[in-house]
Design a protein around this ligand. Structure first.
Ligand SMILES: *[C@@H]1O[C@H](CO)[C@@H](O)[C@H](O)[C@H]1NC(C)=O
Ligand SMILES: *[C@@H]1O[C@H](CO)[C@@H](O)[C@H](O)[C@H]1NC(C)=O
Ligand SMILES: *[C@@H]1O[C@H](CO)[C@@H](O)[C@H](O)[C@H]1NC(C)=O
Ligand SMILES: *[C@@H]1O[C@H](CO)[C@@H](O)[C@H](O)[C@H]1NC(C)=O
Ligand SMILES: *[C@@H]1O[C@H](CO)[C@@H](O)[C@H](O)[C@H]1NC(C)=O
Ligand SMILES: *[C@@H]1O[C@H](CO)[C@@H](O)[C@H](O)[C@H]1NC(C)=O
Ligand SMILES: *[C@@H]1O[C@H](CO)[C@@H](O)[C@H](O)[C@H]1NC(C)=O
Length: 519
């Protein structure tokens, strides 16, 4: 918008202008008429002027007084000051004088007073006022970057005036956007930017004088831009119940107002700081902030920041698919937590990282350790650590693989003399330990691992079988051991007299039996 201010309208002619020397302003001669002295009156911009009548206060107050500027009424005894003069004028009713304050250049012109005394005839007078100075006029509405254009008008009275505009003390340079018109008096900035705020000064001069206006700074609204969401200690994952502090910033004039969004939907919160206290899993999502400039009416939204709230992992346990891990069977060990979301599972065996054999496999993101066919070497302490970015927990399971019996062995002599004690020891590899059953020639004779007997009969010879049994695995395995009883008398070395007597008695019984048997 361009505002053209009215320059002083002087009833001058060229010859008068040529005679004018100092000050540079045009002097307009006006004939004082009637109740006002001869003019013109000179005043400076921003100053005060009292238009004093030549009347002395009458005994009876005037019936009516009115002041006019050109054709426009300023104030009268019947009416208040009109809009342009509100607060700037005082009418002195006793003398009919007028005070005009805060003078502007456009106050230059002809003033007229009309006075009706009580019972008297109408009195009139006119006088000219010249206000001197330079003033930059501009329209004062808010300027918006990239949207507004503005014209600055340098207004001054005088002849052969030249104008020089300064922007922050540097001379204004014309461009597509910056135009000087009206003989340099008008500076037009098209499509203002934030850098155009000035301050601007207008320097007016002619060959004999010069003056500079007060500096004028433009208020240009811009932004918001560079809207940035900051998260203190940003990690993306938060433990349920923790507090999060978000802040938002933007380049904006005037300062932006901030709104907060979760997954693109507005929250009730506003302001540059946003706190989430005792955050719950349901508050997980993408947070962003939006900046709004209520002058430019522009919005801009920040990048979004993902917030994932996780429950603390607790109640972790390793559960086997069977309580009886038997060799050759398959078993799954499942690691799980009662609460909390699991991101990773890590298995260890006997406190070392688990080395997967062909027999093992991991399923369900490592939560299930599966054995295809158990081996007794798979026994051990299995521990599992599960974790998410905010917590972790551990559990362990001791797996004892039930196997065997295997490798059944019988230890003992294969030949034995009469009267000696036969001791046969049976062993087997088994988990749990095997139970043992002895048979001689197929007849069960004893059940325990160590079989002892004093040899008294030839029929103690034979096939001694030890059967080992794993009651859990319900498996048996056996070994056979041949024992021959030898009947050589008196050749026993290292035997005491009593011992020999015993053998003899035994021999007698055996021999008798043998004899009876047909020897
Ligand atoms: C104002 O300036 C901006 C940036 O220089 C440009 O994008 C925009 O189109 C201009 N607007 C007008 C009306 O010239
Ligand atoms: C005013 O000066 C600033 C800073 O040098 C410059 O960026 C801007 O374009 C100037 N504006 C005008 C209207 O001269
Ligand atoms: C416009 O924004 C400014 C700065 O944030 C604020 O002070 C002012 O109250 C706002 N005006 C309105 C009408 O909302
Ligand atoms: C959050 O943003 C990410 C990446 O932009 C997207 O994959 C995800 O689906 C978003 N989450 C929600 C809840 O919208
Ligand atoms: C800026 O200009 C555009 C297009 O001319 C208009 O739609 C918008 O309302 C203007 N914004 C302001 C704040 O004046
Ligand atoms: C072990 O888990 C795997 C994969 O889930 C499954 O295919 C298999 O049947 C399970 N075995 C047992 C013994 O539960
Ligand atoms: C077992 O068999 C052996 C040889 O076949 C025989 O000498 C022995 O007398 C038998 N013992 C019993 C108790 O049957």
């Amino acid at each position: 918008m361009i505002i053209f201010t009215s320059l002083p309208k002087c009833p001058y002619n060229i010859s008068q202008l040529q005679e004018a020397v100092l000050p540079i302003m045009v002097i307009c001669l006006t004939k004082g008429a009637g109740v006002l002295p001869d003019g013109p009156l000179n005043a400076t911009l921003g100053g005060t002027m009292v238009f004093t009548t030549t009347l002395t206060p009458p005994e009876k107050p005037f019936t009516f007084v009115e002041w006019k500027f050109g054709d426009q009424s300023i104030i009268s005894t019947n009416t208040n000051a009109t809009a342009d003069y509100e607060g700037r004028v005082t009418l002195f009713i006793s003398t009919g004088s007028l005070e005009l304050r805060n003078l502007v250049l456009s106050d230059s012109g002809e003033y007229r007073v009309l006075i009706i005394p009580q019972g008297g005839s109408i009195l009139e007078g006119t006088i000219r006022l010249e206000v001197y100075g330079e003033q930059i006029f501009h329209f004062s509405t808010d300027l918006v970057e990239f949207n507004s254009s503005i014209s600055l008008k340098c207004s001054a009275s005088g002849i052969s005036l030249s104008f020089l505009w300064l922007n922050s003390s540097s001379e204004v340079i014309q461009s597509d956007r910056v135009q000087l018109t009206d003989g340099g008096a008008t500076l037009t900035i098209v499509n203002v930017t934030r850098y155009d705020q000035g301050p601007y000064e207008c320097h007016v001069f002619n060959p004999v004088n010069s003056d500079t206006s007060e500096p004028l700074t433009l208020s240009i609204s811009y932004g918001p831009e560079n809207v940035n969401l900051n998260v203190k200690v940003s990690k993306g994952y938060y433990l349920e119940g923790s507090n999060i502090s978000l802040s938002c910033s933007a380049v904006s004039r005037p300062a932006a107002q901030f709104y907060w969004l979760l997954n693109g939907a507005y929250l009730n919160d506003t302001g540059p700081e946003f706190k989430l206290v005792n955050i719950q899993m349901s508050q997980s999502g993408n947070y962003s902030c939006q900046a709004f400039n209520n002058k430019t009416l522009r919005y801009e939204t920040s990048q979004s920041s993902a917030v994932t709230v996780l429950e603390r992992i607790s109640g972790t346990a390793v559960t086997p698919s069977t309580n009886l891990p038997i060799e050759g069977n398959s078993v799954n060990l499942t690691c799980d937590a009662a609460a909390g979301s699991i991101f990773t599972s890590l298995w260890k065996k006997d406190d070392s990282d688990l080395i997967l054999t062909d027999n093992m496999a991991l399923y369900e993101e490592n939560r299930v350790l599966s054995f295809k066919s158990l081996n007794n070497t798979d026994s051990g302490k299995y521990s599992c650590e599960i974790s998410n970015p905010v917590s972790n927990d551990k559990a362990q399971y001791i797996m004892i693989v039930k196997y065997g019996p295997e490798n059944v062995q019988i230890k003992g002599p294969s030949k034995i003399d009469f009267g000696k004690t036969l001791t046969l020891t049976c062993s087997a590899e088994s988990e749990p330990s095997a139970t043992y059953t002895w048979t001689l020639n197929g007849t069960e004779i004893y059940s325990s691992s160590v079989f002892t007997k004093v040899i008294t009969e030839l029929s103690d010879s034979g096939s001694y079988t030890c059967q080992a049994m794993n009651n859990i695995a319900e498996r048996t395995s056996s070994a056979v051991h041949q024992v021959t009883v030898t009947a050589i008398l008196g050749e026993t070395s290292g035997c005491s007299a009593g011992c020999i007597a015993g053998i003899v008695i035994a021999c007698l019984a055996v021999c008798a039996a043998a004899g009876g048997g047909g020897y």
